[in-house]
Design a protein. Structure first.
Length: 463
């Protein structure tokens, strides 16, 4: 494993007083062939004060908690590394924080690793001998892509179930049956989790997944899907086989999510855009359970869901609120859900006016964002994925590009200062006039400031 030079120097210093091991997600990522982003070091055989003194010459150190035995060391280059002592944890109360933690420098590698959640996170690496210390069989599970609990103490922390949810999605893992059974046994402890911790796991799922459907599968296998009723009710909601041969709405949603993360545009997106798009695709059919009916279409009975787009908007907002999502996500996700079938409305070319109005309704999301949601929805219909759907999406984007609206909404060209310039004094009458002007702009009555001024003069009968 390649280590940064400043970390290597710290490890050399710590080695003189204790036995350092690299532990946790950094080792896991390295074994998966990924570049480790975090380096955590566990040091046995040393007391807290001695470890602190060994790290002090390298830069600032923050003692996260003497009782936890954790020191955050900052090198002069600005890099941060966590150094900790091996520790025992004892369950004393409900929830994610109901533990007493006792550092124990004399713990063996096997006992120190046993407190970790999953075997693939319980592998340690000796940076000097390059040996892997794997007392719980994590390497075999990692090779088999199996997520398995390390010990029976797994049930003491309910957050670990949501960690299983996001880890399965991030690394395309299957949950071991015995681990799924343990998760089911603590399904009632979900209410003990602070909402900010719930959001932390959903956020990782939304921004880092390579197979998001695996996360939903874990929630279903563990019985934890019931804590997210907007998703749970999708299972068993029927779809018309001729149009959706893949199965029910839950299966369709899983396929859509996997199709989204396969898109180059999603992979190139920053975390904020990934988060918005993933949650929009997750929620895009939340309205189907309430609107699905067996009715006549094209001369025969079919499963249809009229109006499910609009019905899904409020449900998406409720879901985001309950998982603790940032408030700024609600408006764009709801808009993308409500308009995800805009390319199916009508059979003619997209008009300038319709695209202007669509861009305005989506803000702060964009037509390019909507096109990715549409493409993911299209990709969630194997083996039926009619090419004409992609053609309609491309037509929408082409029209948006022609209007320079693919990445932003139209902005009002007529403002209050224009009314003042025409000799009108600011008053409550300004707002309805400006709203009327903006509607005229969206309808194509004018496309620049000069045209807007001409419209105003005509509106007031001025030459």
């Amino acid at each position: 494993m390649h280590l940064p030079s400043d970390l290597r120097a710290m490890l050399d210093a710590v080695r003189r007083v204790g036995r350092p091991r690299l532990v946790g997600g950094g080792v896991r990522d390295w074994l998966l062939g990924l570049e480790p982003k975090d380096f955590d070091v566990e040091v046995a055989g040393v007391d807290f004060e001695t470890l602190h003194r060994a790290l002090a010459p390298f830069g600032a150190t923050d003692v996260i908690g003497r009782s936890f035995g954790v020191i955050k060391a900052r090198s002069r280059s600005g890099a941060e590394y966590d150094f900790s002592l091996p520790r025992r944890e004892s369950k004393t109360g409900a929830g994610h924080r109901g533990f007493v933690v006792a550092p124990d420098p004399a713990l063996s590698d096997a006992d120190a690793a046993a407190r970790r959640d999953f075997t693939l996170n319980a592998i340690a690496y000796d940076p000097f001998t390059h040996a892997l210390i794997d007392p719980h069989g994590g390497q075999a599970d990692l090779k088999a892509r199996v997520l398995r609990h390390t010990s029976a103490a797994f049930v003491e922390d309910p957050l670990r179930v949501l960690r299983a949810f996001q880890l399965a999605a991030r690394f395309d893992l299957t949950l071991a049956p015995e681990t799924a059974a343990l998760c089911r046994s603590i399904a009632d402890t979900y209410a003990e989790l602070p909402v900010e911790r719930v959001w932390g796991e959903w956020d990782k799922w939304a921004t880092k997944s390579v197979k998001p459907s695996r996360g939903l599968a874990v929630l279903e296998e563990t019985g934890w899907l019931r804590h997210f009723p907007e998703i749970a009710i999708l299972r068993g909601t029927p779809q018309e086989p001729e149009w959706h041969p893949e199965g029910d709405v839950f299966t369709h949603t899983q396929l859509c999510l996997d199709a989204l993360v396969a898109l180059e545009e999603w992979q190139a997106s920053d975390p904020a855009q990934r988060r918005m798009l993933m949650l929009a695709v997750l929620a895009h059919d939340f309205g189907k359970p309430a609107t699905t009916e067996h009715a006549e279409r094209r001369g025969q009975l079919r499963w249809i869901s009229p109006g499910h787009e609009a019905a899904g908007g409020p449900l998406a907002g409720n879901f985001l609120r309950r998982i603790g999502a940032p408030l700024e996500l609600t408006a764009p996700v709801r808009a993308l859900v409500v308009h995800h079938l805009a390319h199916h409305h009508g059979r003619t070319e997209f008009s300038d006016t319709s695209v202007r109005r669509l861009a305005r309704k989506l803000a702060p999301a964009t037509i390019d964002d909507l096109a990715l949601v549409m493409r993911a929805d299209h990709g969630g219909r194997p083996p039926l994925a009619p090419p004409e759907t992609l053609e309609r999406i491309e037509q929408l984007q082409a029209k948006a590009r022609a209007l320079e609206l693919e990445k932003s909404a139209p902005r009002p060209l007529v403002l209050g200062r224009h009314l003042v310039a025409l000799g009108r004094k600011p008053s409550p009458e300004f707002k309805p006039i400006l709203d009327e002007a903006f509607e005229a702009q969206l309808d194509g009555a004018f496309s620049d400031e000069a045209g807007g001024l001409a419209w105003l003069r005509n509106r007031f009968g001025q030459q």
